[in-house]
Design a protein around this ligand. Sequence first.
Ligand SMILES: Cc1cn([C@H]2C[C@H](O)[C@@H](COP(=O)(O)OP(=O)(O)O[C@H]3O[C@@H](C)C(=O)[C@@H](O)[C@H]3O)O2)c(=O)[nH]c1=O
Length: 182
Amino acid sequence: MKITETSIKGLMVIEPKIFTDSRGYFFESYSKAKFAEASINIDFVQDNQSCSNRGTVRALHAQSAPHAQTKLVRVIQGRVIDVAVDARKDSPTFGKYETIELSAENQKQFLIPQGFLHGFAVLEDNTIFAYKVDNYYSKECETGVRWNDPTLAIDWGIPANEAIISDKDQILPLFADWVSPF
Ligand SMILES: Cc1cn([C@H]2C[C@H](O)[C@@H](COP(=O)(O)OP(=O)(O)O[C@H]3O[C@@H](C)C(=O)[C@@H](O)[C@H]3O)O2)c(=O)[nH]c1=O
């Protein structure tokens, strides 16, 4: 397992060691011990899975305290552009973001600390997205920013006029009007 920090402190890319043979492949999709070797100690409590068609954008989401979440995200089937925006007010990279392509082919994972906005755009039909979180879902603590915010200007890798967005996500505030709870 290879763990690499991005240009944003605490935001990591995880590349599992994949064993391939005549039957197919095997890999450890998560190891508490291997994370601990890299001084990453997270108590994950919930696993989530969603399936989406091409053009779906689920973004940009977070939960505030006392339900802030670290997320370990990956793709089981298909392909996404995954985005993490640093929303930690005292961070030198506040408002900066990283994108990564996650796919069933590359089996990369993104480890997104508490204090980030997170979202993804789906590049293939029937994409299955899976993630672990270290705090339970709380509707009351949900917060977020509009996916197509002009200040953030995220390149989602899909034409904006083809984006499929939930009603809830369409009315999220713009980044400039949003008060980060982190
Ligand atoms: C996230 C979540 C949703 N739900 C319910 C609420 C709602 O009725 C239904 C769909 O929820 P949403 O529309 O919020 O699902 P979705 O837009 O997929 O939300 C997710 O987006 C990605 C980008 C994230 O980072 C996640 O943390 C989460 O916010 O599922 C749970 O019961 N538990 C959960 O943990």
